[in-house]
Design a protein around this ligand. Structure first.
Ligand code: IPE
Ligand code: IPE
Ligand code: MG
Length: 257
């Protein structure tokens, strides 16, 4: 008898994303709904961050990249910016031991030189303490902008051309990939944005070329394990075609039994 089997192997292997990126949005609105100051929303958001990191560790997801502060966020009221900076310092301080215990390696992307010496020190200490960890690769994007990232890559490539290490004709997408942030990781598979806005807001604009985009109205402080699980289930149902046809991605096999 001849039966047609669907080859699900590739799909199954890809059911779980290797690299998840998150725009943690909606803290201010969460606080406003409760008649609380916006900063209370940022504090409440830390709990969601902790929970999602722990979930990624449990699920053995390779990498998680979190957008914590954009290059545009400096334009917020001074008091909110300084309270966010304090929150970064205190959160790194309180979480680093637990992250280390969970074998999480923490790295930062963005223009770090704009931060206070105190915050830069905390960032270096966190990076240093966790540098040999082999579990979840956690990247925190602070003072990060996708356009800045691409501009930095351009500068580095031009420097190599000027020193004769590269030629203009060497420039292609693969080469640029080697110069943007997160080059050491698989490209993001799943992008999650909470808070209801359907925009990228200058996050990883180069790296998101083929990422599956998930938007939810849930505000970041309310985004916990259950919501994360819903996002992962949604991802598992996506067929990633990368330009091919559906049949090419999931070929039917004919077998004699
Ligand atoms: C995201 O929440 C956190 C940061 C940008 C630091 P918001 O503060 O943008 O919250 P909303 O969008 O005003 O609700
Ligand atoms: C994006 O959120 C940045 C972070 C979550 C850190 P914003 O709230 O700043 O985005 P826009 O300005 O509304 O697009
Ligand atoms: Mg916002």
């Amino acid at each position: 008898m001849t039966v047609t089997l669907i080859n699900n192997k590739d799909q199954e292997e890809n059911d779980q994303p290797k690299h998840v990126v998150v725009v943690m949005d909606g803290n201010g609105r969460w606080a406003k709904k409760r008649m609380m100051p916006r900063t209370a929303g940022h504090h409440a958001g830390v709990k969601s961050t902790r929970e999602i990191v722990e979930d990624c560790v449990k699920r053995k997801i390779q990498a998680l990249t979190l957008f914590a502060f954009s290059s545009e966020n400096w334009q917020r009221p001074e008091q909110e910016v300084s309270s966010l900076m304090e929150l970064f310092v205190s959160t790194l301080q309180s979480e680093v031991k637990s992250l280390d215990k969970q074998n999480v390696r923490v790295r930062f992307i963005g223009e770090l030189s704009a931060f206070s010496k105190k915050l830069q020190k905390k960032i270096s200490e966190t990076k240093e303490l966790t540098k040999n960890n082999t579990g979840l690769q956690l990247n925190i994007a602070v003072n990060y902008g996708g356009r800045w990232d691409i501009a930095e890559a351009c500068k580095a490539i031009i420097n190599k051309i000027q020193s004769g290490e590269l030629q203009t004709c060497d420039i292609n997408a693969e080469l640029i990939n080697e110069y943007v942030c997160l080059k050491q990781l698989p490209e993001p598979d799943l992008f999650i944005r909470t808070g209801g806005e359907m925009r990228i807001s200058n996050f990883l604009i180069w790296q998101l070329a083929y990422t599956e985009l998930y938007f939810t109205d849930v505000l970041w402080p309310d985004f916990k394990s259950e919501e994360f699980s819903t996002a992962l289930d949604w991802y598992a149902g996506r067929q990633r075609r990368f330009g091919k046809t559906g049949e090419q991605v999931k070929p039917a096999q004919t077998q004699q039994v």
